[in-house]
Design a protein around this ligand. Structure first.
Ligand SMILES: *Cc1c(COP(=O)(O)O)cnc(C)c1O
Length: 401
């Protein structure tokens, strides 16, 4: 999506505005399936929580993806987007048995991440296939960033409790269809990730009716120039070979699954804001925009870097700016950024605004959440209206005081 297109979209739909490029989503999806093309059965389940607009979910459905969901509401969104429930996996953490039963009743695959629920679910529904989320507890490669489950992580069932899992399976007669891990961190080092998967392969070998192994996600995309990204092609070559060998050795005809969110949508998104005020203080030049941590919280919440460009005036002298929001709390998007000279009324563009941006937006300060636009096959579509005062008061009940 070029500068002129983005500026025309702000003109048409106003700011602040999220814009998503369907072509980029598609190319990331295709890049990943291509990297694993030597695996006979591959399934990519898009992690809904990264960006959950129904039109985005429909794109993934048309590409042949499944969905990874973490709440029963995400399951419902997926069904609304037209997914076959068999192509939806429910991978929650610490939810009630009741919510898992709701998901089961909707016909989706259940992934259980603790022994208590496994035992209760297995006793009540021994015939329903279940996937188990393992916590492999490895600090692969000695790099803490690659850790796929700290010893004190709240996720998954400890790999050391495998004997207990088997006891529950035997006692209940339940059917384990898949095993799963999710690193939750950025994969920098493919070899370290491969070593971590060995633990899962070892566990997988102990389940006789297994149908799939789900290696979760954690694929890293570049946020700035020179940033490391997961070498998906290298991972594809190495893990595919290991996976195919495993299937041959064990005589299992398994599906290899992943559940990427960030990798598929991060780079497809741009966030466009208007500069309200340029303020020069004794030490800093601030550019204050018509947004804040209510719309894009990653810089404040995770210290994430989002590249910021002045698309209204791209080729002027570069100066240093601190880009801040309008929320009555410190909400700094970027400090000391070298940006082409900013005037009030210019449009700034934030990159990597596809994943965990709109989906983490709130109404803090009683502000409306932004509109969302999808650029699909050369046309722009409004896929979420900007909110109005009606949205803010919807559901509130006034009492007589
Ligand atoms: C969030 C999440 C993902 C997606 O992670 P990304 O880093 O966005 O790829 C995958 N699986 C589970 C279980 C998750 O909770």
């Amino acid at each position: 999506m070029n500068r002129e297109l983005l500026l025309s979209l702000v003109k048409k739909y106003k700011s602040p505005l999220y814009v998503y490029d369907a072509e980029k989503i598609e190319s990331q999806y295709n890049r990943m399936t291509k990297a694993f093309s030597s695996v006979r059965k591959l399934k990519l389940n898009y992690a809904v929580k990264a960006l959950s607009n129904i039109s985005i979910l429909k794109i993934f459905n048309s590409l042949g993806a499944g969905l990874d969901t973490v709440s029963v509401q995400e399951v419902q969104l997926g069904l609304k987007a037209g997914y076959d429930p068999k192509n939806i996996i429910f991978t929650p953490n610490g939810v009630s048995l009741e919510e898992i039963e709701q998901a089961k009743d909707l016909g989706v695959q259940i992934n259980i991440d603790n022994l208590s629920i496994l035992e209760q679910f297995g006793q009540k529904y021994p015939k329903t296939p279940v996937c188990i989320r393992m916590n492999p507890h490895v600090m692969a490669g000695g790099n803490s960033k690659i850790s796929v489950g700290h010893i004190d992580s709240k996720f998954g069932i400890s790999i050391h409790q495998l004997p207990h899992i088997h006891r529950v399976v035997k006692n209940t007669g339940m059917f384990i269809s898949g095993i799963h891990m999710h690193t939750g961190s950025d994969i920098y080092d493919v070899d370290a990730f491969i070593r971590a998967t060995e633990i899962l392969f070892n566990a997988a070998a102990t389940f006789k009716d297994l149908q799939y192994i789900d290696f979760g996600s954690g694929f890293k995309v570049p946020y700035k120039e020179g940033d490391i990204e997961t070498d998906i092609e290298e991972l594809g070559v190495k893990l595919s070979k290991r996976f195919n060998d495993f299937c041959k050795e064990t005589g299992k005809d398994l599906t290899l699954m992943f559940e990427p969110g960030k990798y598929l949508v991060s780079e497809a998104g741009k966030f466009l804001v208007n500069v309200n005020v340029v303020k020069q203080t004794t030490s800093t030049v601030f550019a204050s925009v018509d947004s804040g941590l209510n719309h894009l919280i990653r810089p404040m919440f995770y210290d994430s870097y989002h590249h910021i460009e002045n698309i209204s005036n791209p080729n002027s002298k570069e100066r240093f700016y601190t880009v801040v929001g309008y929320i009555c709390e410190t909400d700094t998007f970027g400090t000391n950024r070298k940006i082409s000279e900013i005037k009030e009324g210019d449009i700034l563009c934030f990159n990597n605004a596809g994943a965990y941006c709109f989906s983490m937006a709130s109404n803090y300060n009683s502000r409306y959440r932004p509109a969302e636009v999808l650029v699909y096959k050369g046309k722009d579509y409004l896929i979420r209206e900007r909110e109005t005062i009606e949205d803010l008061i919807q559901g509130q009940i006034e009492i007589n005081i």
